[in-house]
Design a protein around this ligand. Structure first.
Ligand SMILES: *Cc1c(COP(=O)(O)O)cnc(C)c1O
Length: 421
């Protein structure tokens, strides 16, 4: 559910007409709904209910500080995957003790940064990383709290580029080697084991892989406790999918996902952490764009937009679907026509949709891509010297620009021409 609905024939973001934002900030732009972000966070927070827990928003999905602050004020922690994200979370006001640090390639500088600033735990993904972290912490006179990310070799049944829980993926240590790795960690002076971490992939639309992975984690808790390790915390990752295509069957709800957690690991007396990203931010955002031209080709018609693959790369990168809707509500029963929806970038890959059935649209009209709040703005680039587009946050009848469009001077002046030229 989201808060982008037609009202009086016009698409609104909460109580603000989308066209009003377009008039104020120009197109293209992203717009996010505070109410949707809040609702999604609460579904998880309340779904975990009486289990001791912390919902650590995976901020790589959308790391604008206004989004982070919105969630942090509701009690969210953060899952960060780089020193940059750590700094950004802290700048947004998130305390270190609510930040978990994931990722396969943490550098010693990043470890030091998080130890200095405060960290809830490092989710360690390999033995070399464990050794490096122990070294760094010891050199600072500290002991780093760690979980080990285990790879349960479970098929997440999602797009191959975002599946992370199979043995051929680069993530985590094989669950079959966990005993050995925990024994190794226990012998290191600069780390203290606090729990287990797992994350099997993104955009999962079936609960079965979660159930399987969490069941394996529950077995591992018993094995490790029998070996004398203290396992107090389970970080169960993120990955619950969202309905990108409204005509499809809806994926499981956060409450159903939380029930799987309760059923598989609820009786172990562990504190539960989860790291949802896409489900919190995805349906909380639209990408709004204007039609530049309608171009008739041979056997197909193109809708050429002012948004492009550099603004929203998911269709080009994953073949992803986004629902595209006109900002002015089409008349009931309006006939549709198939369009290839494309951007102005000089690549055929700059295609958002092929033969998409859309109601009548003309040059100058506004259209909105739904479910663009996660992995949209954060994956944008300035390819073709197209400025990063503004982000806007709506709250009831108010809206604010939370990242402004840079000027062309700002972009161009970032380059330096060497003296010898
Ligand atoms: C990407 C990622 C997440 C978030 O995944 P979503 O599908 O956005 O929920 C959580 N944890 C880790 C370690 C990740 O890499």
């Amino acid at each position: 559910m989201d808060h982008f609905l037609y009202r009086d024939g016009m698409l609104h973001a909460e109580d603000v007409p989308v066209a009003e934002i377009a008039a104020a900030v120009g197109t293209p732009f992203y717009v996010y709904s505070t109410a949707t972000l809040t609702r999604h966070f609460r579904l998880f927070d309340e779904g975990l209910g009486d289990m001791p827990h912390l919902v650590c928003y995976a901020m790589k999905a959308n790391s604008n500080q206004a989004i982070l602050r919105t969630l942090a004020k509701l009690g969210a922690g953060m899952d960060v995957v780089s020193g940059g994200e750590y700094r950004r979370a802290r700048a947004a006001g998130v305390p270190g003790e609510r930040i978990v640090f994931s990722g396969v390639g943490k550098t010693r500088e990043e470890m030091r940064l998080a130890l200095e600033g405060g960290i809830r735990q490092f989710n360690v993904e390999s033995e070399p990383e464990m050794a490096a972290l122990s070294d760094v912490a010891q050199s600072m006179g500290m002991v780093a709290p760690v979980t080990v990310r285990v790879n349960p070799d479970v098929d997440a049944k999602t797009h191959e580029k975002i599946a992370t829980g199979k043995k051929e993926n680069k993530f985590g240590i094989p669950i079959s080697r966990a005993k050995e790795v925990y024994a190794h960690a226990a012998a290191l002076p600069g780390v203290r084991v606090v729990g287990i971490d797992v994350h099997i992939g993104s955009q999962l639309t079936d609960l079965a892989p979660f159930r399987e992975a969490y069941g394996l984690v529950a077995d591992l808790v018993r094995v490790l406790r029998a070996e004398g390790h203290q396992i107090d915390r389970l970080d169960l990752g993120g990955g619950l999918g969202i309905p990108y295509e409204r005509s499809n069957a809806a994926p499981p709800l956060p409450t159903e996902y939380c029930d799987v957690i309760r059923e598989t690991v609820g009786d172990l007396g562990c504190e539960i952490e989860i790291e949802p990203g896409r489900l919190i931010a995805g349906n909380a955002g639209l990408l709004v764009s204007r039609v530049i031209f309608v171009k008739s080709g041979e056997g197909r018609d193109f809708l050429i937009l002012d948004a492009a693959m550099n603004d929203l790369i998911r269709p080009a990168m994953y073949g992803a679907w986004h629902d595209i809707v006109p900002v002015v509500e089409p008349a009931a029963g309006a006939e549709t026509h198939p369009f290839d929806v494309v951007g102005p970038v000089c690549e055929s890959g700059d295609t958002f949709a092929k033969a998409r059935a859309l109601p009548p649209v003309s040059a100058g009209d506004l259209v909105a891509f739904r479910s663009a709040g996660a992995y949209g703005a954060v994956m944008a680039s300035e390819y073709n010297t197209r400025p990063l587009i503004p982000e806007v946050l709506v709250h009831g009848d108010q809206f604010a620009v939370i990242r402004a469009r840079p000027t062309f001077d700002e972009i161009i002046n970032r380059d330096t021409i060497p003296e010898w030229l």
